[in-house]
Design a binder for this molecule. Structure first.
Ligand code: JFZ
Length: 431
């Protein structure tokens, strides 16, 4: 829909992060040893698997079909503009040849670093590249056992913690983050995950900024990659010293755009295709086409980004269900991406069952279910110059907003209402 109304607002100061709200849609990738278990990336925690018993996944890690060019092509075709891959998840396994641990891909049967090929492949497809780096580490010998550790119920947990010093672990993180932010070119996003300072369990405290030494860590990140966007799970104080770079609501689309101390904040919703983040073979909760598209529209309509996750299989491929979901996005974005890239919330109120996104004086009405013939939009009467469908640019008529109530045919317009006339049949388009 084309609206004559002009939206005022700042043009946006040219900064190294301006790409983010333009791009709107990214791919999250959770890949690690848990792909072999294929029953959730928290499997080691959920099933309280000891390090010895979890080792079989390390010894069998061999994603022989790993081809990040294929991942990148599928991401680009889905309309995604950036990517965030788990360089290390909570299990502590590292996808690159870190000097600071033996628990890494190069020491598995696969025998190679995965990150170099990853950054090259996604950049070649024009996507910006990011890393997820877990603050939690269930493998590091200096990481004190706590309530979310696989050994939390071990009878000697408190005794074992006497030989663990989280300060050594904080230094390990700085070393690894230095590797990640110096060895792979420009990194656009780093996602730290996550803090739980108030979660005490059996006398073992949770962890937060004092454990991670978050202020020092973020200082290092900013020094190494001045333009990087840093996720907000470091438990940093939200006062003036640490302006929040990125709020990260998870598996949840907020009702209103998040704010910090009353101020708007850059934000990104992350969601899964299937429920778990790591590859889960037997999960029955894959989202359907309509849900996939609605999540994206709902997010952009509120001014946020969507990071949609894929969990590759242990052979290093996206499985058929993931590819189908990505193709759904691709088909939709092929014709509708104009309503997503660089678009954001509208000052107009969308009728029930619809969402608005807006870019400049173009207003995009997303009909999330198909109404019978008429959509009434308050506040838009006499403000619209032209209306069309986005998928085929076919004209949409509206009723005269100045018409009086016509009791013969029951059409009541006026009061500044714009009433669109839709075809009875929904055009054959995705979602
Ligand atoms: C975290 C990870 O634990 C999860 O595996 C995935 O990587 C996701 C993107 O981020 O999810 C969380 C974060 C916080 C809590 C639970 C799951 N929490 O506070 O309980």
């Amino acid at each position: 829909m084309d609206s004559a109304h002009t939206i005022s607002g700042s043009a946006g100061v040219a900064d190294g992060k301006a790409w983010f709200p333009q791009d709107r849609f990214g791919m999250f990738i959770h890949f690690g040893l848990y792909a072999l278990a294929a029953r959730h990336e928290w499997v080691q925690h959920r099933e309280e698997i000891s390090p010895e018993n979890y080792r079989k996944y390390f010894e069998n890690f061999d994603p022989d079909l790993y081809d990040p060019k294929e991942w990148a092509r599928r991401a680009r075709e889905a309309g995604m503009k950036y990517v965030v891959l788990t360089a290390k998840h909570h299990e502590g396994f590292c996808l690159w040849d870190s000097k600071f641990t033996d628990y890494k891909a190069t020491n598995t049967p696969y025998g190679k670093d995965l990150l170099t090929a990853y950054v090259e492949a996604f950049r070649a497809e024009g996507l910006k590249v990011g890393f997820y780096y877990s603050l939690i580490d269930w493998h590091h010998p200096q990481f004190p056992i706590d309530g979310i550790h696989p050994l939390r119920n071990h009878p000697d947990a408190i005794e074992m913690n006497k030989s663990r010093d989280v300060r050594h672990y904080a230094e390990y993180m700085r070393n690894q983050v230095t590797e990640l932010l110096t060895g792979f070119g420009e990194i656009s996003v780093i996602w730290f995950d996550f803090s739980y300072p108030n979660r005490e369990y059996r006398g073992m405290p949770g962890k937060g900024r004092n454990d991670w030494e978050s202020e020092e860590l973020i200082g290092l990140v900013r020094k190494l990659q001045p333009n990087i966007i840093v996720g907000d799970r470091l438990d940093l104080p939200t006062d003036g010293n640490f302006p929040k770079d990125l709020a990260t609501p998870e598996q949840y689309t907020p009702r209103v755009a998040p704010t910090i101390n009353g101020q708007p904040v850059r934000w990104e919703v992350c969601h899964t295709l299937s429920g778990s983040w790591g590859y889960h073979r037997d999960e029955g909760t894959w989202k359907d086409e309509g849900q996939l598209i609605n999540i994206l529209v709902d997010t952009v309509a509120l001014g946020g980004n969507l990071l949609m996750n894929v969990g590759p299989t242990a052979r290093g491929t996206f499985d058929a269900r993931a590819n189908k979901a990505l193709a759904t996005y691709g088909e939709w974005m092929d014709v509708n991406s104009r309503s997503i890239y660089g678009a954001g919330p509208s000052e107009f109120k969308a009728p029930n069952g619809t969402k608005f996104t807006q870019k400049g004086n173009r207003l995009y009405l997303h009909l999330q279910n198909w109404p019978f013939r008429h959509v009434h939009i308050e506040g838009l009467g006499r403000k619209v110059k032209y209306a069309q469908f986005l998928h085929d640019a076919s004209e949409i008529h509206w009723l005269d907003p100045d018409a009086e109530v016509d009791s013969n045919i029951g059409v009541a317009v006026g009061d500044g209402i714009l009433t669109l006339e839709l075809p009875v049949l929904k055009p054959d388009v995705v979602s």
